[in-house]
Design a protein around this ligand. Structure first.
Ligand SMILES: [Zn+2]
Length: 265
């Protein structure tokens, strides 16, 4: 069992790398202060639960998301401001919803030593970062965006919509993240494939759930679809999905499902 033979080295590295990432996050304004503190704790816990695999996959994802966030920052900001309640720095809830599934599967691995849970933990991180890259780059796309549920054209940036750029970003991210996890040496060649495949499938599950049950509103003044409750200074009306289901809930549920499917392999 991993908990009987705790390796302290990855934990010490996590403390060091975490401190550097805290500086990066605050400097680049990638995370709010509470989100930065929780990301630090998550990194250390993942190093405890899943050793070098967790440490590496979280560090790489974090840097990757920060770099992607710098691409055409102004254009993204401009396109997001009409659509989402929160833009710019990621908040505490967003960080927790993306990292909790990995910590849960990681904790099971820590307690039981069952290797599939280590893979499932890496799958959820991979799917989370792939989804983030797909959203952040997809919104910059000027190409067609379709709903994965109806295959009809939808407005860019709305949850459940998939674009070509977003899909390619998700696929590339999944392959890169799984290759890095493989290079760490704690998962085998089968793990490499499962993480790459399920990382990408996780983003599809996210899009399907997003199209199916995530709430969306319409502005009564400009008629645009939005995730905001207030638009053009007036309250918007719910036109799709369940009122209590926001993007964070979709993220956490789709990551748990992707991890659970990977356990079957
Ligand atoms: Zn409006």
């Amino acid at each position: 069992m991993p908990f009987e033979t705790i390796n302290l080295t990855p934990i010490y590295i996590a403390l060091g790398v975490g401190a550097l990432l805290v500086v990066l996050a605050l400097w680049k304004k990638a995370l709010t202060i509470p989100a930065t503190i929780s990301a630090f704790v998550i990194l250390v816990l993942s190093a405890l639960f899943t050793s070098y695999t967790g440490l590496t996959v979280f560090s790489v994802s974090f840097v990757g998301i920060a770099i992607v966030g710098q691409v055409k920052k102004e254009k993204r900001k401009d396109r997001e401001k009409d659509l989402y309640e929160h833009q710019g720095a990621r908040g505490l809830v967003q960080v927790l919803c993306n990292a909790m599934p990995a910590l849960i599967y990681g904790a099971v691995y820590f307690a039981t030593g069952i290797h599939s849970f280590l893979i499932a933990s890496a799958v959820t991180v991979c799917a989370g970062v792939a989804d983030s890259a797909a959203s952040d780059l997809g919104i910059l796309s000027d190409g067609k965006v379709i709903s994965l549920l109806t295959f009809k054209k939808v407005e860019r940036g709305m949850s459940g919509g998939v674009s070509l750029i977003g899909t390619i970003s998700a696929l590339t991210t999944s392959v890169v993240v799984s290759a890095i996890v493989f290079a760490v040496g704690e998962v085998g060649i089968k793990g490499l494939w499962v993480i790459a495949l399920m990382g990408f499938v996780g983003t599809l599950i996210d899009s399907l759930l997003g199209a199916g049950i995530q709430r969306a509103y319409r502005c009564s003044k400009c008629q645009k679809l939005t995730e905001k409750r207030l638009h053009c200074g007036a309250p918007t009306t719910l036109v799709k999905g369940l009122r209590f289901v926001d993007n964070n809930i979709i993220n956490v549920v789709s990551l748990i499902i992707a991890g659970a499917i990977s356990l079957v392999f």
